[in-house]
Design a protein around this ligand. Structure first.
Ligand SMILES: [Ca+2]
Ligand SMILES: [Ca+2]
Length: 423
């Protein structure tokens, strides 16, 4: 059993306090009173004088940090009373504190306020807003900006540039080091690779002329939103979206993309929303979303909904008659095959019987045989579907367009187009 060498909080208890803790009010990180949780060390303090602490009226002592912190610490609340109504007349009042600073302490490169707010806006002091831009505090918005007006580093954290002339992606590394939100849509940008910035969280490069997504294009370790919609991107490489580990939203809508390979976005471990609206893919990798916890897939082409994770929402609805697994949906395949076989046998038998017990003229024979051959051709058509189904198997939904355009369908195509039989 632990022996108490100091003053025990309660008689017979092991919890103790030092003599220096007497009448000293302190809270731990859970806002519990220490060292004696029930305050035995704060009794009989009315006549106690405080050493470098604030003395509550007729009571214990509290650290100065607890004074005017908008929480009542003294028994009568005098730590949050009159002395907190400080009015710094002709002086600078610090945020969340009762400190008044002389104006010579403001913007002197020394943080005098507890939160450093006396130095916060000084970086904008004497800063000239570039021509064709509007500046407000740390925000800058430019229209028809010429690159020659961006010659020095600027401290803005919100940057909106539209229709810039000669203003390339290099502004991120050369000018706006501290940018957190950058909007450069419709700025005539043709190339964004390589792009590096450690601060930026949201990037909008929509409606530009970007056509290439190079390997290892980005180094944006804090980026959460990346908009590349309405560009001219045709191909995404397997490592195009590396070093975007915090990305939550990727917008690729309305790009002339045709392929989304297996490893296109798997490195985006925090991705929640993928926007591929107005893109019609000819190839989608079955594993394109593997191990990703996507919430929303925004798509126009419903084929991508066939590979989304089960728990995520896909905006394009898969048509009711369409199977996400095979060309011939499993429950109907056997029934269709049996019916087709039955009709084939029936038709063959009908032709055979007609030859065996023929009683009518030649024209009637031709009509009967032609009708039966026509019926037989439908069975051949179904047979071709069955063969293709076994060739593509589970991959069919992702290769439907390839199938429609490829040799696999050619026999069916000619088979359909000659007698105008198929839709
Ligand atoms: Ca307080
Ligand atoms: Ca200062």
């Amino acid at each position: 059993m632990q022996t108490c060498f100091q003053v025990p909080c309660r008689q017979g208890h092991t919890k103790c306090y030092n003599v220096s803790d007497i009448c000293s009010y302190k809270l731990d990180k859970f806002h519990h009173l220490i060292p004696c949780r029930t305050g035995e060390h704060l009794q009989s303090c009315s006549g106690f004088s405080c050493n470098a602490m604030f003395k509550c009226n007729m009571s214990y002592c509290i650290p100065w940090a607890y004074v005017c912190d908008q929480k009542y610490d003294c028994p009568q609340g005098d730590d949050e009373m009159n002395l907190c109504k400080v009015n710094c007349s002709d002086m600078f009042k610090c945020k969340n504190a009762n400190t008044c600073l002389h104006m010579t302490n403001v913007c002197d490169n020394i943080e005098d306020c507890p939160l450093g707010d006396d130095e916060f806006l000084c970086i904008l002091h004497n800063l000239k807003c570039p021509i064709n831009c509007i500046c407000f505090s740390f925000a800058i918005k430019c229209v028809n900006l010429l690159a020659k007006y961006l010659l020095k580093k600027l401290p803005h954290i919100y940057v909106h540039i539209s229709a810039g002339y000669g203003v390339g992606i290099n502004v991120l590394s050369d000018v706006f080091h501290h940018v957190i939100i950058i909007m450069m849509h419709n700025s005539g940008i043709a190339n964004i690779c390589p792009m590096s910035n450690k601060a930026v969280k949201s990037l909008d490069f929509g409606e530009n002329q970007i056509d290439q997504m190079a390997i290892q294009c980005f180094f944006l370790p804090h980026a959460q939103i990346l908009k590349l919609n309405q560009n001219k991107i045709k191909t995404i490489h397997s490592m195009s979206f590396h070093n975007l580990s915090k990305l939550i939203l990727l917008n690729l809508a309305a790009n002339p993309l045709i392929s989304l390979p297996d490893n296109a976005i798997v490195s985006l471990e925090h991705i929640k929303v993928v926007n591929v609206l107005f893109i019609w893919f000819t190839h989608i990798g079955r594993e394109v979303f593997s191990n990703l916890k996507i919430d929303f897939v925004l798509a126009t082409d419903y084929h991508i909904c066939c590979v989304k994770p089960a728990e995520s929402t896909c905006v394009a609805n898969v048509p009711w008659h369409y199977s996400c697994s095979k060309l011939l949906p499993h429950p109907y395949k056997m029934v269709l095959t049996i019916i087709s076989l039955f009709f084939m046998m029936f038709v063959l038998l009908s032709i055979l019987l007609h030859f065996v017990i023929r009683k009518s003229g030649a024209s009637f024979s031709i009509t009967i045989i032609a009708m039966n051959v026509n019926e037989l051709s439908l069975f051949v058509y179904y047979l071709l579907l069955l063969i293709n189904d076994s060739i593509f198997g589970e991959r069919f939904p992702l290769q439907e367009l390839f199938w429609k355009a490829g040799v696999a369908l050619l026999p069916q195509y000619w088979y359909c187009i000659i007698p105008f039989r198929c839709n």
